[in-house]
Write a protein that binds this ligand. Structure first.
Ligand code: NBP
Length: 476
């Protein structure tokens, strides 16, 4: 019998994705470099659906109906290239290879171009939701040709998460568009988590609440506009007590945050494209800083401010202010993420539908949130806002939040509690709002030491001042 789709690479992600296809009634060919994984999958989960196990690459390819749909779920990087090199010679024009790993979009662009030469469709596909999402319904972001989406899309949509009956899967755009958008998703995820962590830190150190009380606060926030998976699991983690010590779990976890690299990629790409993603960058740097033990030890004795105790009434009010600051900073982080998507789309000619990105992130992925409905609406109208901050709904929320937001940042600064995410978000907001920026002075300095020239506010053209001479101005 012929399989509609094949999955090669049967570690946690591939195995769960294959099971998800099978559970949705698709016949799935399964293959793994080490054949024991294939046998184990069929032995353990064979009853869940129709699997066609294959131990050789040739058998795997022969098991697929044409045009073939082959999904690669191996470690990103060199293993992906090795698997492509192994399978591509066995395929025929019109066949499709989908890479569901966490590839860098530039690698995807390179692979897509090389395989297109051979008449093969290469689909770089972002998949978010981790192990559980892969099994129960992830958010799926496929790139590649429109033709490949016609063949692969219905299968992917069938296994994706659903929100209000709509699949959390849509064709993002050609070549690397899917992996690019997945990268930005992860960058936003970094920012979201940093802002949540700062909120917790402020509630603990400024308001003086214990972790279980803060868990209740997050639980309450999760019934309002902050309703999201990350806020929900924050309450779970904060309420958890360590079995060994009986104390809060969050107190026995080493305070060094790790990263696998997608946040760093987001910031590197943003720098290349000239997009200020300061909220995401602060989140990446905050993780990096947390891991520098020797720097932290060397600085531990540096003085901080005297810390006045907060009055209990003030703590309650402060908590409300933190909710406002969190919401406002979150809007900024998402505005920066969507700006990056827009810039990538323009640079690479992807024509990404920004409303559809919001729609498919509403379910299945780590940043799933009620909030995304509003982003979808903001980009769903006739004219897309230049920045999310200027969308009437978000502009109103920022107007309502700004005093509380400033108060939280000022309090954190005064009391010596680091809040780089909140501060960077507020600085971005104020910088965009500003009528004049001191960039004019920066231009003046650049012209002074490097004759880099400047433009004027009152006339067209570029100019240079003869700083070392009579300070007369010349057109450049
Ligand atoms: P891993 O990233 O741990 O990769 C293990 C798989 O890669 C095994 O099937 C292994 O085969 C195969 N493999 C390797 Br390693 N080198 C190979 C080679 N040269 N040729 C053929 N196969 C090779 O698996 P994972 O955690 O399931 O993740 C799969 C992909 O999904 C990754 O790109 C990951 O970044 C991405 N992803 C993961 C998550 C998550 O939550 N884990 C979420 C979203 C995306 P073997 O069994 O023979 O060693």
């Amino acid at each position: 019998r012929q399989a509609q789709i094949g999955v090669t690479g049967l570690a946690v992600m591939g195995r769960n994705l294959a099971r998800n296809f099978a559970r949705h009634g698709h016949t799935v060919a399964v293959h793994n470099r080490t054949a024991t994984r294939t046998r184990e999958l069929v032995a353990e989960f064979g009853h869940e659906g129709d699997f066609v196990p294959a131990e050789s690459a040739r058998d795997f390819v022969a098991a697929l109906e044409r045009p073939r749909r082959l999904v690669i779920m191996v470690k990103a990087g060199a293993p992906t290239d090795a698997v492509i090199d192994e399978f591509a010679p066995l395929l025929e024009p019109g066949d499709m290879i989908m890479d569901g790993g966490n590839a860098h979009f530039e690698d995807t662009r390179r692979r897509e171009a090389a395989l297109r030469e051979r008449g093969l469709h290469f689909v770089g596909c972002g998949i978010s939701g981790g192990e559980e999402g892969a099994l129960l319904g992830p958010s799926i972001m496929p790139g590649g040709s429109a033709e490949s989406y016609r063949a692969l899309g219905p299968l992917l949509e069938s296994i994706s998460a659903k929100v209000d009956g709509e699949p959390c899967c849509a064709h993002i755009g050609p070549d690397g568009a899917g992996h690019f958008v997945k990268m930005v998703h992860n960058g936003i995820e970094y920012a979201d988590m940093q802002l949540i962590a700062e909120s917790y830190d402020l509630l603990r150190r400024v308001a003086g609440y214990a972790p279980d009380r803060i868990a209740d606060i997050f639980r309450k926030w999760n019934t309002g506009r902050l309703d999201s998976y990350l806020i929900e699991i924050t309450a779970e983690v904060l309420a958890h007590n360590d079995a060994a010590t009986g104390g809060p779990f969050v107190d026995i976890v080493a305070d060094r945050a790790e990263q696998k690299g997608t946040g760093r990629w987001t910031v590197q790409t943003a720098l290349d494209l000239g997009v200020p993603v300061s909220g995401i960058a602060e989140a990446v740097f905050a993780r990096s800083l947390s891991g520098h033990n020797e720097l932290r030890a060397a600085a531990r004795e540096l003085p901080g401010p005297e810390r006045p105790e907060l009055h209990p009434d003030d703590a309650a009010r402060f908590t409300e202010n933190v909710e406002q600051a969190l919401y406002a900073s979150k809007i900024v982080a998402y505005a920066q993420g969507w700006h990056l998507i827009q810039a990538g789309s323009k640079e690479y000619g992807w024509d990404i539908d920004r409303a559809s990105v919001a729609a498919i992130w509403r379910g299945g992925c780590i940043i799933r949130a009620r909030f995304l409905d509003e982003i979808r609406a903001a980009y769903g109208g006739e004219r897309a806002p230049v920045t999310l901050l200027a969308d009437p709904g978000f502009a109103e929320a920022l107007r309502a939040a700004q005093n509380a937001w400033r108060h939280v940042v000022a309090t954190a600064t005064e009391l010596g509690v680091p809040a780089p995410g909140f501060s960077a978000a507020l600085a971005y907001y104020d910088a965009l709002r500003a009528g004049r920026l001191p960039a004019s002075l920066v231009q003046g300095l650049r012209d002074y030491f490097g004759a880099h020239t400047y433009e004027r506010t009152d006339r067209d053209g570029s100019f240079h001042t003869l700083w070392g001479d009579d300070r007369g101005e010349r057109p450049a």
